[in-house]
Design a protein around this ligand. Structure first.
Ligand code: SF4
Ligand code: SF4
Length: 367
């Protein structure tokens, strides 16, 4: 394994970190996978309340009981659920108990979407205040934030100098839009952990299209995507979800190749990553709270194909999905959207979901 210093914390963390949202049904096996990752040199473990139907922290807790130190744990609290200092305190105590830990190494103010939300996190009596007090008392070590903001907003938050690290979505597709945040983190010497190196599964699901990112004949598209993150100056850790021991082994193979991307390949990638690629749905599924029960994450994924390959591929995907799920024609109507806006307010990519649903309906009607 390769280790890098995490900002100014004095900690050295593995360049590949284990994301804890891809465990299967069996908690005991999940704990085994965590220990397998640890035995193979991974020492950065990222979890959160609610991951894996709220089992993730418990699975890590099981694993940690039989795991040799040192290892570093990251978890989170969200302004949407813990709005006050005392609620954050309660959440921290709960996470510690579930994971059988005395302290959390990296505690994140979770999923800051914009500067308005950041200011609510920092307000007197708010989440940051609760986390700061917990740090003074030794319950957490380092205060960080996770974000889906654009680069310029990430930079503004980092410049306030209140966090020791940042966790952000970064991958071969969206990196031009996040680069400013990475540069700011580098300048302020704070740790950068990237999530979503595979674009929420988008890259492996469209391997033919993304084949151009590979540089070695024997590397997979997914490995090339992970290596891309690890090759970027300023990035400390690339998180990747691992549900099986085999996935751990596959991911670790990435460090057997040089963690660089050749200039020629970089130019090729930048040439293909046009501005619309930041408009792709990453299938994170944060938006799945539609009162009309529209599966808009599914429609947005189909819309990705429209952007990448055209209308026909998108309509074929819709047809495939309808058959696979044995849905009736009327279950599939994006036109049933009432434009309430709930999904758009939750969308981590800030996609114009309502407009896209209208467009999809129009294409379906014209077929
Ligand atoms: S805007 Fe439409 S798709 Fe989004 S939550 Fe509201 S009804 Fe559902
Ligand atoms: S539409 Fe937005 S929130 Fe929903 S799955 Fe796609 S990126 Fe995630």
């Amino acid at each position: 394994m390769i280790y890098r210093p995490y900002g100014k914390t004095g900690k050295h963390v593995s360049v590949i970190g284990m994301g804890g949202m891809r465990f299967g049904e069996d908690d005991n096996y999940g704990a085994e996978v965590v220990r397998h990752a640890s035995a193979n040199g991974i020492n950065y473990f990222d979890t959160a309340p609610y991951y894996n139907d709220d089992r993730s922290e418990d699975i890590f807790g099981k694993a940690f009981q039989k795991m040799p130190a040192p290892f570093y744990v990251s978890t989170k609290s969200s302004i949407n659920d813990e709005k006050t200092a005392s609620e954050v305190r309660e959440r921290i105590e709960n996470s510690l108990k579930r994971m059988n830990l005395e302290k959390i190494n990296f505690y994140h103010m979770w999923c800051i979407m914009d500067l308005d939300q950041y200011h609510r996190v920092m307000a007197p009596g708010g989440p940051y205040e609760g986390a700061l007090k917990a740090r003074e008392e030794g319950l957490i070590e380092h205060l960080c934030f996770s974000t889906h903001c654009k680069g310029e907003d990430i930079q503004r938050i980092i410049e306030e100098d209140v966090f020791e690290g940042v966790l952000l979505g970064y991958n071969v597709i969206n990196h031009p839009f996040r680069q400013q945040g990475v540069e700011a983190a580098k300048k302020h010497q704070i740790g950068v952990v990237t999530m979503n190196p595979l674009g929420g599964g988008l890259i492996p699901r469209h391997q033919d299209y993304f084949d151009f990112i590979r540089e070695f004949d024997d590397e997979t598209v997914s490995q090339a995507a992970l290596r891309f993150n690890l090759a970027q100056d300023g990035i400390t850790v690339a998180l990747t979800g691992m549900g099986t021991k085999e996935e751990v082994d596959e991911n670790i193979k990435v460090i057997q190749r040089p963690l660089v991307v050749s200039q020629g390949k970089l130019e090729e990638i930048r040439g293909k990553v046009t501005s619309f690629m930041d408009q792709l749905c990453t299938n994170c599924q944060y938006c799945r709270k539609c009162p009309s029960k529209i599966k808009m994450n599914y429609y947005m994924e189909a819309y990705n194909l429209y952007l990448l390959m055209g209308e026909e591929e998108m309509l074929q995907q819709l047809e495939w999905y309808r058959k696979k799920n044995d849905l009736k024609e009327e279950d599939l109507l994006p036109g049933d959207c009432t434009a309430c806006g709930i999904c758009e307010s939750l969308c981590t990519q800030k996609l114009p979901i309502i407009e896209r649903l209208k467009e999809i309906q129009k294409m379906m009607d014209q077929r």
